[in-house]
Design a protein around this ligand. Structure first.
Ligand code: ZN
Length: 433
């Protein structure tokens, strides 16, 4: 059956000659952000319009790895994954009052005159959803999360994928019987978030940051990553490895909220995540309540926890990208090894050796992008640097004659000639666990 033949190979294509996307010499002239310039040139994303991007095969692999890390960490606290709609009825937004007060809410009217919001967040959906399942104190606590496209009406979208009009977020919501239970969970989430940012490779430059809590609590917390591309300004206490957002530093007496030190350094930064004690801000308008042990009605207490996936990806590019292109931390790299074959049509030995190495590495579970195209070496090397896979391995007539392989560490730029056993060991070390 032809059907079977076509679908025999279930693995995604990892030969560069088969990739339908290409790298580009130039980024679009209207693109000013480093992250978008590099990602577009390297063929990771495509710009549809300001603040709206397509993830291409290489970019989507990175995004999915970030998603999986976040998913694993949300699951450690018992988070249950769901998927809520983007198209949200006006009535829900009127219930919380945000239909009229949220300036950057996308509002759409269809031809029947029906009005909807394109969700920038999902309290208006998750609270009435939870209401169907909460009646007693025995139904609490729980938390639920999703990965979903969000929409925000940005007047000027010029930070590349750091600040989009459409973007993907992980948003989690937790439901509790009282504030003490919510606060205990909230504290746990601080540690979970710290682990997420460590695993995606920006732990050292990301700080738990005290920010204004609005009308409901003294603080909310942001996770801010230092980068010159940042639009935020933070005051860092290196002793406590935490920071304070510029907007509340005066309320803090210009001191660290933990050790009271005034010896703080300032940096520009990007907010990669945030956590809020919502308390009863959204449960009250929807009358989300439960019966306690005495049968008395009590309002459910909530927290919410967000991470922008594209923003994390863009921040990694801002932090690590150099003059030659992207540089990916091992855990979120689109591939672990870039196998660059420098052969020619007349000599089959290089192709055979590359195939052998590709088969062996993929069998070991190492993700390999194989550049099997007939191009000049200089062109292939420049493109390999631009794509930024952690380890580049060269197979050529020269390396074959020497009985070795050439490997390059993209982050440090170091090049080594190694024997096969050492090569396999190095590639396996790069492998995502
Ligand atoms: Zn301190």
């Amino acid at each position: 059956m032809i059907f079977k033949v076509i679908y025999k190979d279930k693995k995604p294509i990892m030969r560069q000659s088969q990739l339908f996307t290409r790298t580009k010499k130039e980024a679009p002239s209207d693109e000013v952000a480093k992250n978008a310039k590099l990602l577009i040139r390297a063929g990771f994303v495509d710009k549809l319009q300001a603040g709206v991007y397509t993830y291409l095969p290489l970019g989507l692999r990175v995004l999915k790895k970030i998603e999986n890390i976040i998913r694993e960490e949300m699951n450690t606290v018992g988070g249950q994954e769901i998927l809520m709609p983007s198209l949200q009825p006006k009535e829900n937004w009127q219930t919380t009052g945000r239909w009229d007060t949220m300036d950057d809410l996308y509002k759409i009217t269809d031809t029947s005159g029906r009005e909807n919001a394109l969700g920038p967040t999902h309290e208006e959906i998750v609270v009435p959803l939870a209401k169907q399942f909460i009646s007693s104190y025995r139904d609490l606590p729980f938390s639920t999360y999703q990965f979903q496209n969000k929409f925000r009406m940005e007047l000027r979208a010029k930070s590349g994928i750091l600040r989009g009009r459409e973007f993907i977020m992980k948003d989690m919501y937790s439901f509790h019987r009282d504030e003490a239970d919510m606060v205990a969970f909230y504290e746990k989430m601080k540690a979970v978030y710290t682990r997420v940012f460590e695993r995606v490779g920006i732990g050292a430059t990301t700080f738990l940051t005290y920010a204004s809590g609005g009308s409901f609590s003294k603080y909310s917390h942001e996770f801010q990553t230092i980068t010159s591309a940042g639009e935020d300004f933070i005051y860092i206490c290196d002793k406590c490895h935490l920071a304070v957002n510029k907007e509340i530093i005066e309320d803090q007496g210009n001191a660290c909220p933990q050790c009271q030190s005034k010896d703080l350094r300032t940096e520009t930064s990007v907010e990669v995540g945030n956590i809020f004690e919502l308390k009863t801000k959204y449960s009250a308008p929807f009358n989300l309540s439960y019966k306690d042990e005495e049968g008395k009605d009590q309002t459910v207490v909530m927290g919410c926890y967000g991470i922008g996936l594209g923003r994390v990806l863009g921040t990694v590019v801002e932090v690590y990208g150099d003059d030659n292109g992207l540089v990916w931390p091992a855990e979120i790299a689109p591939f672990s090894v870039h196998l660059v074959e420098l052969g020619n049509k007349d000599d089959k030995t290089v192709r055979e050796e590359a195939q052998k190495l590709y088969d062996e590495l993929t069998r070991d579970g190492v993700e390999v992008l194989w550049d099997d195209r007939e191009l000049r070496p200089g062109e292939k090397f420049a493109e390999s640097d631009l794509i930024g896979i952690p380890l580049r391995v060269v197979v050529s007539a020269k390396t074959l004659a020497a009985g070795t392989f050439e490997i390059k560490n993209r982050a440090t730029g170091e090049v080594f000639m190694v024997e096969r056993a050492v090569l396999l060991e190095q590639c396996n070390q790069c492998k995502v666990k």
